[in-house]
Design a protein around this ligand. Structure first.
Ligand code: F6R
Length: 612
């Protein structure tokens, strides 16, 4: 999704802005631009395509005498919402008077009404974007006091947005504002930064301030002043980033996606170990108590995409072990469904970024109905983590590839811990089962390692099937939930059409799509339904399907049932299916690699989806 950067200090802003934008490339974008103030004049360079196009534009213009010099500037990577990707729709946008420039992440919902208003005041628009409304509106209210003009303008906007703003006649300051979409401020000696995300500024500073909801910051090279929505100056904690730039680099791998897949043993260890104390699960919760877990009568899980797929697993685990009615809901639907949630509901909110706007709004909806909210989040201090009643962090580290892998697995591990903890609080399981689960979770990293060592087998299968037109993923129970994720992963990165089906459901319609050579990836790791799944595999095989089966290494699937079998380590009572995601992730990765896809930044996708 769109990325914002800003710099103010005594160095040339444009190279810093271009480098910072490159660090945000992983978020997904279609165009980019920068604006710098030089002698009380705002100069802008922007264009469709990659940052390298923007670099060439800046370099070529420079050769022709059109410099972009100055010590204060803003930059942007755009992920189109209003108006197609084009040079003119790219940010920054500048006001008609040339006095104000804005970069924007998010959506202005009432932009049509504001555009009509501004047109009636004589403003002419050059782009199709909602952002141009913001910049003209600020310009309209500007009478010499930048902060007052910004405040008046934002009081008229509805939607969610983060803004970086500069005024030609105030070259010593930047203004940042956040409502919904995230924004951080990086602090350094004699220079300061704004950014949508930490990697953009990590090579310059590890000290950051996270802007909260409706907070506005005035940033100079020497100071940062933050104000709340009432205009009162507030104190903000400075957060020290503990990870370094290496975590945001590929470390010898060809893509971030494969690097992150390979990191999963460590990620699971880091996520599980701190939650085990004296052979018992200790989630370290502060505001949600064991009493709450005993009191609740139902659980709802809200999330999007892969995080929703974790929610589908979590629902099954909570019902199975804690015996509480649970449901997983797609966050973007939940908010508008007048959901049946009350003070006896526990709402579990799952999000890697902690910034997904659909998930955030779903959480607020649940809260407004009296539900306690417990989030499972990867990014420390993010909006969802801060706004929920309590948070369990997945210690997956920064995830750069747009398609999630390690954060997904860490969310799964937390789901097991949480389901077991709730079950224990409610007397549904005893210490013995808890300890069994803990030892299983502690075994998982080594078994993931083994699966990763066998990645050549998956690479070989990918080279066999990468030209498939359409791929089906099937499984029963938890295997179905994993099939959903395997299918999403494949289509995200390889652009092959794919669908996930409950294995027993296929015969009720979709089996009509199976013909000679259709590839079916069948998960058969859920042992109570193993035989039934094998029957479903036979049904597709009989219709000519090519089958890749994934099952446990203490079973076998005959050659006439599956063309290829991936065996995963057995001996688990509860969590074997957590391992089967590894071959699915590897398969998606290698298929995409064979097809020459842009694996880390698949077309049209964004890492952190901050629009509804
Ligand atoms: C898929 C993927 C997305 C996210 C979804 C939610 O690989 O990454 O489906 O899972 O956009 O994002 P978060 O977890 O940040 O809320």
């Amino acid at each position: 999704m769109c990325g914002i950067v800003g710099y103010i200090g005594n160095k040339q802003a444009s190279p810093i802005l271009l480098d910072a934008l490159e660090k945000l490339e992983y978020r997904g974008y279609d165009s980019a631009g920068i604006a710098v103030i030089d002698n009380n004049k705002i100069n802008i360079k922007k264009c469709i395509g990659k940052i390298e196009n923007l670099r060439s534009l800046v370099a070529n213009d420079e050769k022709n005498g059109s410099h972009i010099y100055g010590n204060v500037g803003i930059g942007h990577t755009r992920w189109a919402t209003h108006g197609k990707p084009s040079d003119v729709n790219s940010h920054p946008h500048i006001s008609q008077s040339g006095m104000v420039a804005v970069v924007h992440n998010g959506i202005v919902e009432n932009y049509m009404e504001l555009r009509t208003f501004l047109e009636s005041k004589g403003y002419k628009f050059v782009s199709d974007t909602d952002t141009e409304i913001i910049v003209q509106l600020i310009d309209f209210y500007y009478t010499g006091d930048p902060v007052a003009a910004v405040r008046q303008a934002i009081s008229r906007l509805s939607g969610s947005y983060a803004l970086g703003i500069m005024f030609a006649d105030y070259p010593w300051q930047l203004i940042a504002f956040r409502k919904g979409s995230p924004l951080i401020i990086g602090l350094s000696d004699g220079e300061n930064y704004i950014a949508s995300d930490i990697p953009a500024i990590l090579e310059h500073t590890k000290k950051i301030i996270r802007l909260g909801e409706q907070e506005l910051a005035v940033i100079t090279s020497e100071s940062v002043s933050v104000f709340n929505s009432f205009g009162e100056r507030i104190h903000k904690e400075v957060q020290e980033i503990t990870w370094n730039i290496d975590a945001a680099q590929k470390g010898g791998y060809e893509h971030f996606m494969i690097k992150e897949i390979m990191e999963q043993p460590t990620v699971i260890k880091n996520t599980v170990s701190p939650r085990i104390s004296a052979s018992a699960i200790d989630l370290g919760l502060k505001n949600i108590t064991d009493k709450d877990f005993r009191r609740i009568t139902n659980v709802v899980i809200v999330a999007c995409g892969s995080a929703y797929h974790v929610g589908v697993v979590a629902k099954m685990l909570i019902e199975k072990y804690a015996r509480i009615p649970a449901r997983a809901e797609i966050a973007s639907e939940f908010r508008y469904s007048d959901p049946m949630v009350n003070e006896n509901t526990l709402t579990i909110v799952i999000s890697q970024s902690g910034e997904t706007i659909d998930t955030q709004y779903a959480m607020r909806e649940a809260k407004s109905k009296g539900s306690k909210t417990l989030s499972i989040v990867n990014v420390v201090g993010s909006s969802i983590a801060s706004e929920s009643d309590d948070v369990i962090y997945t210690w997956a580290g920064t995830e750069i590839a747009v398609a999630t892998t390690k954060a997904y697995s860490a969310q799964l591990a937390v789901s097991y811990l949480l389901a077991f903890h709730i079950a224990k609080c409610r007397g549904c399981i005893g210490e013995k089962e808890e300890q069994e689960l803990i030892s299983e979770l502690e075994r998982i990293p080594d078994d993931i390692e083994k699966l990763l060592e066998g990645k050549n087998q998956i690479q070989f299968m990918a080279s066999k099937y990468f030209n498939a037109q359409s791929i089906f993923f099937i499984g029963r129970n938890i295997d179905h939930a994993l099939a959903l994720e395997g299918s999403l992963k494949l289509k995200e990165v390889s652009y092959i059409h794919s669908e996930a089906y409950a294995a027993g459901e296929l015969k009720h319609g979709t089996i009509s799509l199976i013909e000679d050579g259709t590839l079916v990836v069948a998960l058969a790791t859920y042992m109570p339904l193993f035989e039934k799944t094998v029957s479903n595999i036979k049904e597709v095989k009989a219709r000519g399907a090519q089958v890749i089966a994934i099952t446990s290494d203490n079973t076998s699937i005959p050659e006439d049932v599956a063309d290829n079998v991936v065996y995963i380590p057995s001996g688990y009572k509860y969590i074997e299916p957590m391992l089967s995601i590894i071959p699915l992730q590897l398969f998606a990765y290698y298929v995409a690699a064979n097809r020459g896809c842009d694996i880390d930044k698949p077309r049209n996708l964004a890492k952190s989806v901050t629009v509804e």
